[in-house]
Design a protein around this ligand. Structure first.
Ligand SMILES: CC(C)(COP(=O)(O)OP(=O)(O)OC[C@H]1O[C@@H](n2cnc3c(N)ncnc32)[C@H](O)[C@@H]1OP(=O)(O)O)[C@@H](O)C(=O)NCCC(=O)NCCS
Length: 191
């Protein structure tokens, strides 16, 4: 796994996830509202979180992906969320970003800022050409995070995500930031 640099913003730190973070992952992912739009059900037992967390961040399948970040509250030194690159494509030099934040911390601009850092890491450290976020129409907070980071709405795919929990098809919004656009905007002071 490619290790990413530790980053600081506001009162938080992005550092590579550690196996011991699973206790906090359980707390974050056991809340029903937090996982409402995600493919999995809220954790009932810590063992479920362990399997999920290990598959996501420590399994062989993910050894070629950049290491996931834990978002850590520097006051409590606890993990309050995760943010990562996934679905990296070495030929296209692209990757997707995924994120999840503990509910008590929502709507304070934390993920907007964390995504801003991911753009910097993705283009500067990983030399990506394109960074993508996919989210469903109804996830307004996630869409707003992309918009606040000046992502371009690349397309909307109707009924492109089947959500097993609600047995519903959702429209998927694909947001893209290209390397050139990123650096041009930075030069103009728009980022
Ligand atoms: C999506 C998520 C990561 C956002 O994190 P966050 O740190 O709360 O996001 P921010 O505070 O940076 O920005 C959220 C923005 O959405 C807005 N928002 C939140 N809920 C909204 C709603 N229902 N309708 C419209 N806007 C909404 C907030 O007001 C804020 O905008 P503002 O700064 O202009 O006021 C968080 O809600 C989360 O973890 N959700 C569950 C997991 C998830 O859905 N992950 C994404 C999968 S694609």
């Amino acid at each position: 796994m490619k290790k990413l640099p530790v980053k600081y913003f506001l009162n938080y730190m992005l550092r590579p996830v550690e196996e011991s973070d699973v206790k906090d992952y359980f707390l974050i992912g056991s809340d029903e509202e937090t996982v409402k739009f995600l493919s999995w059900y809220p954790f009932k037992h810590v063992e479920e979180a362990v399997i999920h967390f290990n598959n996501l961040y420590f399994s062989d399948e993910y050894r070629d992906e950049p290491q996931g970040y834990a978002i850590v509250d520097l006051e409590t030194n606890r993990m309050i969320g995760v943010i990562d690159f996934h679905t990296t494509n070495k030929i296209l030099k692209s990757a997707h970003i995924g994120y999840l934040l503990k509910k008590e911390y929502w709507n304070q601009g934390i993920i907007t800022k964390a995504v801003e850092i991911m753009l910097e890491v993705g283009f500067k450290e990983l030399k990506l050409e394109k960074i993508v976020v996919r989210t469903i129409k109804e996830n307004y907070a996630s869409r707003k995070v992309c918009e606040k980071n000046n992502f371009r709405l690349h397309n909307i795919k109707k009924n492109n995500y089947y959500h097993g929990k609600t047995r519903t098809y959702y429209d998927v919004y694909k947001y893209v930031m290209e390397r050139k656009v990123y650096y041009d905007s930075k030069a103009k002071g728009n980022l």
